[in-house]
Write a new protein. Sequence first.
Length: 171
Amino acid sequence: MSTRSERAAARLPVAIRPARLADLDALVALEHAAFATDRAERRAIRHAIRSASMTLLVAVVREEAEAGGAEILVGAATIERRRTSRIARLSSLAVAPARAGLGLGRRLLEAAEADARSHGCARLRLEVRADNGSGIRLYERGGYARTGTKPDYYEDGMEAWCYEKTLIEGR
C-alpha cells in the first residue's frame, strides 16, 4: 500500500534531469532554503554542474500543466565519483521545504543511484546529520546500511551518520 505522500508525488509532474548553468540561481536559492548551515557556495555549485566527475541532478515541476509553463526547481542531488573507484558519494540531497513530504527525496535518491550505476559504480555512500530524522528514514527505507559516524562533521558540531548501499550485486 502506498502512502498519501507517495500518491501525491506520483501525481506531481516532476522531471529529474542534469542541472544546467541556467539553474544556478535557483540552486543557490534551494541551498539557502533547505540548509541552515553547511551550504554549498555558488562557485561549488557551478563546478558541480560543469564537472566530468560529478553529476548534479535537479527535480523540476512546471508552473502550469501546459508544456509552455515555466520550470520551478524543487530539489537537487549531487553525486561525486572518482575515476579510480567504484564507489560514488551522494554529497547533497535537498528538497524545497514547501515540497517536503511529497516523495521527492525518494525520487531524487533513486535517480542518484541510477546515475551512479550508469557510471559503473557498485556502491553509493553518504553522510547525514544525526539529527535529520527524515533523511535517516529516507536512507534506511531505501536500503542503506549505517556504517559509522563522523564526530563534529558539520559546521555547528553535529556528527554525521555514514550510510552505504550496494548498487550492483556481485561486484
